[in-house]
Ligand binder design. Sequence first.
Ligand code: ARG
Length: 465
Amino acid sequence: MKMWSGRFSKELDAGINDFNSSISFDHVMFREDIAGSIAHATMLGAQGIIPAADAESIVAGLNGILQDLESGSLSFDWQAEDIHMFIEQVLTERIGDAGKRLHTARSRNDQVALDLRLYLKKQTRELYDLLHRLTELLAGKASEHLDTVMPGYTHMQVAQPVTFGHHLMAYAQMFMRDLGRLSDCYQRMDVMPLGSCALAGTTYPLDRTMTAKLLGFSAISQNSLDGVSDRDFCVELASALSLIMTHLSRFSEEIILWCSSEFSFIELDDAFATGSSIMPQKKNPDICELIRGKTGRVNGDLVHLLTMLKGLPLAYNKDLQEDKEAIFDSVETVKLCLSAFLPMLETMTVKKDRMRAAASKGFINATDCADYLVRKGIPFREAYQITGWLVKLCIERNCTLETLPLQSYQMLCPAFAADLYRAIDLTTCVEQRTVTGGPAPAAVASQIQELKSRLAAHDAATPWN
Ligand code: ARG
């Protein structure tokens, strides 16, 4: 029999009970639901809203339920309407009348808003830790590859030489911003809605600040209608997660290319690649492909949340029950992807020779040749045009800028001298790009230092520290 059956003269249709129930997915919040109820009952007791003895037996009863759910000696009732109803029901069966006092000055509307915030705060901290590990791994790997020259691309055409360390640090910068977004949205999640009740607050003398303190919230919501209907924090988290996936997906796409025999810049460890059922030679980057694919799913979760909210009048509407599957799915998916990506990245082999060989093709040093002429006093536009002619000449003669004889250079421009060859050497090209943010080993080394200290400062300032 339903808790709310008083007003009804029939049992809920069995099919509709399943349709209406959320316990199949909200049971994951059982710890948060119990913690929220313990804090609420403690406050009710302290305020004299319920007898102190009842508050004590509620707390003891809830702790018992927590233990039994953790140990598996109590199982969820999949017919229950949701996790909130289930726990209250078990509590009342176990402790009798005192259990019936727990829901004083509370509604499931503020209860579910509370549970979700508590649950997502914890998930956000876990996501932050995973992403932090990835950022550190990238900084560590980058410092091993300060001198590993590789081609930099625009339009997927060889453009200018960079290093693998420089390339990895580009991703470290993206994940740094993602870390910032996670701790930023945590602050707005860290607001306690309990006390909003169904929508209009309550006549009981609640001490909301006490409940918030017991639960570790740094603020309490200021409008009861907003308290029960706000899901901005889910959208913010989902959007931060979509960006994390976007970054992982771009990185994955590159790794997929780099693993191909055409690039062959890296090789994945056998433990992090898969074979084919028919082609014996295949070694596939499935992890990367799955991450790229799952990005669509996480983006879908974000759109799901935004669309669910857009037409909702205040305050609570049952549509809001649809928030959980979307945000839980994106949290789980991102955690899974980060957990798979980390060891894959950690164990991959970098083929420095292949990277360098690829950087030696495609006239990657043409800009440096023009810059050489600029240093000899030729205006850049003119130097650019002369270098264009040189590239054309090399294509006709099937040679490279490095192998084109000096006389040919001098025929096009007398400013060329023998020191040209050093200026267009790949190593020189990279080493001279010392501008802040550039690929020169010294510049990348200081980028790594800067990122590491920013990361440390960031950790110290996270809202949960
Ligand atoms: N299971 C519901 C949810 O997830 C709990 C709130 C239900 N409130 C209500 N008045 N029916 O949103």
